[in-house]
Design a protein around this ligand. Structure first.
Ligand code: CUA
Length: 165
């Protein structure tokens, strides 16, 4: 009789052990899957929306702005205490803007209002981000990395208009 009770208790204990092990295995499987998915996301981040660090091929010494094709424009901004160059650029609605930005002195940031763009700008490196503008407006650029008292004067603008062809 005692044996039967013991068997019963033992087997139910064993059963719940098995369930726990199964749960732990399932959980770690899920965690592994999560890690795998985020790794894949990180390595596959070459879409137009991500920020990339690009080698300075020598063209990035002077601020510039140019049209690449019918819907793509390219701008190279220089951030320095306490301004951005160029001060403003004009592009038509439904354009892709390839933004390149570097710093001439200290760490700055290049943030575009209403576009959720925040690029940390380091001297000696060129950061690139492609941003699509599908609505007309004045998109203000500001530096939100403290770089000295007058840093609130670091401003530039991307003017997106449906009147530009
Ligand atoms: Cu540059 Cu703050």
């Amino acid at each position: 009789m005692q044996n039967i009770i013991f068997d019963c208790v033992y087997s139910s204990y064993f059963c719940s052990m098995n369930k726990n092990i199964f749960r732990i295995l399932a959980l770690s499987g899920l965690m592994l899957l999560g890690i795998l998915v985020s790794l894949l996301n990180a390595t596959g981040n070459n879409n137009a929306d991500s920020i990339a660090c690009v080698p300075n091929s020598g063209e990035f010494f002077k601020p510039h702005f140019k049209q690449v094709d019918s819907t793509t424009y390219e701008a190279f901004f220089i951030a320095k205490m306490w301004s951005f160059e160029p001060k403003e650029i004009y592009i038509p609605v439904n354009s892709d803007l390839d933004i390149f930005v570097s710093s001439d002195d200290v760490v700055h940031s290049f943030d575009i209002e209403n576009k959720n763009v925040q690029i940390q700008v380091m001297p000696g490196t060129v950061m690139k981000k492609t941003v699509h503008f599908d609505k007309p407006g004045i998109y203000k650029i500001a530096c939100h990395e403290y770089c000295g008292e007058p840093h609130k004067f670091m401003k530039s603008e991307i003017i997106v208009s449906d009147k530009i062809k």
